[in-house]
Every structure is written in structure tokens, then in C-alpha cells.
Design a protein around this ligand. Sequence first.
Ligand SMILES: [Zn+2]
Length: 233
Amino acid sequence: MAPAVDREGYWGPTTSTLDWCEENYALTQFVAEFWNTVSNLIMIVPPIFGAIQSIRDRLEKRYIAAYLALTVVGMGSWCFHMTLKYEMQLLDELPMIYSCCIFVYCMFECFKTKSSINYHLLFTLVLFSLIVTMIYLKVKEPIFHQVMYGMLVFTLVLRSIYIVTWNFRKRAPPILGVATQFHAWWHILTGLGSYLHILFSLYTRTLYLKYRPKVKFLFGMWPVIMFEPPRKH
Ligand SMILES: [Zn+2]
């Protein structure tokens, strides 16, 4: 499907089952899809700082895992779009499933006591990840991956709507108050969306645990969550 103008690059012929519409090796022979590669930085860098801050604030490990999982997706996506190799594509697509499972776990455990573990949910999500991984390695059908990923995102959206419209009604105000480069925009928007999703989940969770989370904007634009010391009873 690649257009005839595509050049041969450092990483050799494309072996991935998807090839995006960005012209291959147009800017440099070392990066197949330049904009689809660098746009992943938004998925890599901010979550690293989020994870460091979560460790400093002694938050539950699930939120450190959520941030780092997003970083892993960004790195996998970087490698995939840089090389257009099938193995790198898996490094992008499989962590998308795993990270979403972590987000689902966080969202459904927002209103539990601190450091409790839901083994049933944990088992279900690990099993789901394993089954999706095994099927996808066999069938190599991008549509299958997209449907499975879509299901997880749909679950997250439903849960978020539920939390915003029901649980917070009485508790506290919710925090919600270039033609071929579409896929790069997908990275930026999904990267931003996933990051904001973690913030939303973390805000809900820490508010429940009486941490007094505050949304601050670094440089007046980039949202992060800061904490004031927990309230004494
Ligand atoms: Zn991508």
C-alpha cells in the first residue's frame, strides 16, 4: 500500500501489518515516519515526571504503574513508527492493551480503602491481557487489536461518566468543569487524553483518601496534581 515515492531507509523493508499515510523516510533515512515518531514524546516525557512525583508523594503503586505504562506505550510507538517493523508494532500495540487494563483497575478501585487489592479484578484483567496477546500473536489482524482496545477505552469512558455524574454530585466539584500527519495528532490527542485520564483517576482516588489534591498548571498550561497534607480526623 506504500506509495511509490517512499524511499528505502536504514531499517529496511516494512514488515508491520500497518503503514500510516506519512511518507516513509521523507526527512531522514533513520526515521521511517518522522512526525508519527516525534509526536510520541508527549506520551513519554510527562508520565515519567508523573511517576517520579507519585513516588515522592507515596501514592499507591497502581498509579506509578499507570504513568510508567503510558511511557512504555510511547516508547513502543516511537520504535514502531521509526522502523515500521512488525516486532516494534507489537511493542506499541500490546502495551496499549496492558496500560488500559491498569487504567481500568485504577478507575474501578477508586473508592476502596487504601492499599487494598482486588484480586478478582486483577485476575480478570491479567487473563484478558493474556488472551488478547495470544490471539493477536496468532491472527495478526489490526482490527482485532483495535476492537479490544476500543472495548477497554469504552469501559473507562463509561466508568468516568458514572463517577462524574453520580459519585461526585454530593461530594466535591469534579475537575472537569497537516493533511498526512493525522496519526501524529492521534498520538498527541491520545497521549494527552491518557495523561489527563490518569490525572482524573488519581484526583478521584486521592480525594477519596482525603489527600486534598489540587490541580496546578505548570507554566500556566500543563496540568499536574499536587497534594496538601491529609486532613486530621
Ligand atoms: Zn501510532
